[in-house]
Design a protein. Structure first.
Length: 313
């Protein structure tokens, strides 16, 4: 792997594999560096994914790797320590000391979901503790569902979850005292509001049966939706001074619609820049970015060829 790649994709999740597939089909030399820790590894099945409804995430990644490999993409396990950029090359430096040069880098390294420090919550993540009603709402429809507030976004989440069940309880302590009109709005649709902080989630195995609050009360629920703190995996780029976007879910790399960052030769796609993007969105964004990276390289190829011809003339 001592060659100079056309593109190195950092991350082997849905967005990264989609970009690699497009680049491979464009006859580009592509390397995918994959740490093997995809965000959705905690979920047994994906939903709302056209043509792959109910498929395990690992299975879709396996298919994606095979498809990208069919068009020449290569794969390497490992983590990236930093990326350096000069005029002609972006160099990906791995934690095991290798320097991998490329004409373009696609950052698809994903993010980590940081859950509230509540006993019993983290061990049920992706099973009965959930974040996306579109991904998991159908499976828990008509049950008694809790929504654990972590930020103002929880108000939107509580209203959304009400579409799947008329038995919703909103654990609002993190938001402090709710404005009377906000509480009235929730209760108007039958959402119960609990203001005491949640201290424990209990049940058998991966299932939830009870939520205990600081005042000693217990609420019976069968699933909990919550919005974790989003922690993008972009620290290896921090020295480059890439522009960032401040969103309601935190600070993320700023990109245009093609995934291009403010630093030449660096693109970013997937949950590392869009924490709310589900699998279909990540696949779509990855394909778009792969196409845009190829077009940038095509343009560069012609610019260089025309320049050499002009110099020769």
């Amino acid at each position: 792997m001592g060659e100079r790649w056309d593109a190195i994709v950092i991350g082997g999740g849905m967005a990264g594999l989609s970009a690699a597939l497009m680049l491979g089909r464009a006859r580009r030399a592509v390397l995918v560096v994959d740490a093997g820790q995809p965000r959705n590894r905690f979920a047994a099945h994906m939903h709302g994914v056209l043509g792959a409804e109910g498929t395990a995430p690992d299975e879709l990644r396996r298919r994606g790797r095979a498809e990208a490999a069919k068009y020449g993409a290569r794969f390497r396990a490992g983590r990236v320590e930093r990326v350096d950029v000069d005029r002609d090359t972006a160099t990906v430096r791995t934690e095991d000391g290798d320097a991998l040069p490329a004409r373009a880098v696609v950052v698809a390294s994903g993010m980590t979901d940081r859950l509230p420090e509540v006993d019993g919550l983290g061990s049920r993540w992706g099973k009965s503790v959930l974040h996306c009603p579109y991904c998991h709402g159908w499976e828990v429809r008509d049950r008694r569902i809790g929504v654990l507030a972590t930020s103002e976004l929880a108000l939107h989440q509580a209203e959304l979850v009400r579409q799947w069940s008329d038995r919703v309880v909103f654990f609002a302590a993190e938001l402090g005292t709710l404005e009377p009109d906000v509480e009235r709005r929730l209760r108007a649709r039958g959402v119960d509001v609990v203001t005491s902080p949640v201290v424990e989630v209990a049940g058998e195995g991966d299932d939830i049966a009870t939520v205990r609050t600081a005042d000693g009360a217990e609420e019976t629920v069968e699933a909990i939706f919550t919005i974790p703190h989003a922690e993008p995996h972009d620290g290896f780029l921090s020295h480059l001074g890439i522009e960032r976007a401040q969103t309601r879910m935190g600070s993320f790399l700023a990109v245009d619609t093609a995934g291009r960052t403010s630093v030449d030769r660096i693109w970013a796609v997937g949950n590392v820049v869009r924490p709310a993007a589900n699998v279909p969105a990540c696949v779509s964004f990855g394909a778009t970015t792969g196409i845009e990276v190829n077009m940038a390289l095509v343009t560069e190829d012609f610019d260089r060829a025309a320049g050499r011809r002009a110099d020769a003339g």
